[in-house]
Design a protein around this ligand. Structure first.
Ligand code: ADP
Length: 315
């Protein structure tokens, strides 16, 4: 059953998931091309895990269309599952087997596995191949998780907060590993709280807030051009702080310098980082939904008031 054009690894339309009548995912549309790394961002409780677990076939959706590698995950069989690699947030790996034993065991489940020693080398665990997994450091255990997820040569790899708890060096090494997988053509869906990780690894990304995708696009264009206009900040002679957004910061700085006849105090030109863009998107979405919530409450209060007044009317 191949419903997709072949270049799309993931196609989602109008995805909804309700828990007890409350929407955790509230109408998401999403395309991920084959070979693309897509970073899904959003605050806790935004609906990322729910979305990803529906794509992985672990949760049922309430409504919408979903196609992953051309298959509806709600009906994904074992041969479809074998085409996915999944790195969950917490490792459930048993510690009593060595790295090589565990990988060899898992490799047998797949029709076309990678060579176990190649995978061990790819994740940089050659020296630990004969070590029991329980004796490895947290970062090394995470590498085992990735090794287990890629041993089956997945077409689509799900990475759920893969570097949480890593030290900076381990993160950089891990990114190198992911970049290699990217260069081999693996499609990757990454969820992360680290914006630098999203910026480094992601080709495109999306921000989910309150179950809705509030922005989607190339990572370096998320939020639109407006969100990326540089900010010039300086202090005037009286000590007051000024800020101005401008597409032409150099011209503004020249004007300022001429105005004060020298160097403006505490001058800064700030280009919004992905983190700035992300935070303003999340803030704007949260404010909009709070306003919508207030508007809804007002409508409900108004309707209730009308009913009360009607009931109070003489017949
Ligand atoms: P994220 O991964 O972005 O942190 P989740 O997808 O885990 O968000 O959760 C989205 C919302 O759905 C949250 O409000 C969460 O409390 C709720 N939720 C998640 N799983 C369940 C569940 N099994 N039952 C009820 N509510 C859930």
């Amino acid at each position: 059953m191949r419903a997709n054009p072949p270049e799309l690894a993931v196609r989602v339309r109008g995805l909804r998931k309700e828990y007890g009548g409350v929407a955790a995912v509230d109408g998401i549309d999403l395309d991920i091309a084959q070979g693309e790394t897509f970073a899904l961002l959003g605050p806790n409780g935004a609906g990322k895990s729910t979305t990803v677990e529906i794509l992985e076939g672990y949760r049922h959706r309430s409504a919408g269309e979903v196609s992953v590698l051309g298959v509806d995950p709600a009906h994904g069989r074992l041969d479809w599952k074998a085409r996915l690699g999944i790195v969950l947030q917490s490792t459930g790996e048993s510690g009593q087997y060595t790295v090589r034993e565990q990988l060899s065991h898992f490799a047998r489940f797949y029709p076309n596995p990678r060579r176990v020693d190649d995978v061990i080398a790819a994740v940089g665990l050659e020296k630990q191949a004969k070590t029991r997994i329980g004796k490895l450091s947290g970062g090394q255990q995470r590498r085992v998780d990735v090794a287990l997820a890629i041993v089956g040569r997945p077409e689509l790899l799900f990475l759920d907060e893969p570097t949480t708890g890593f030290d900076p060096e381990a993160r950089r090494e891990f990114w190198g590993l992911i970049e290699e997988l990217k260069s081999e053509g693996t499609t990757i869906l990454l969820t992360t709280h680290y914006l630098d990780e999203a910026a480094r690894l992601g080709d495109r990304g999306g921000v989910i807030v309150g179950g809705r995708l509030v922005a989607v696009g190339r990572i370096d264009q998320l939020g639109g051009a407006e969100a990326r206009v540089p900010l010039v900040r300086w202090r005037d002679e009286a000590g007051a702080l000024h800020e101005e957004r401008t597409e032409r910061p150099a011209a503004l700085v020249v004007d300022l310098a001429q105005g004060v006849g020298g160097e403006p105090r505490e001058l800064e030109v700030i280009r919004p980082s992905l983190e700035d863009v992300y935070l303003s998107l999340v803030h704007a979405a949260a404010t909009a939904s709070a306003t919508a919530g207030t508007a809804r409450e007002l409508v409900v209060m108004h309707t209730e008031k009308m009913h009360t007044e009607k009931e109070g009317e003489p017949a």
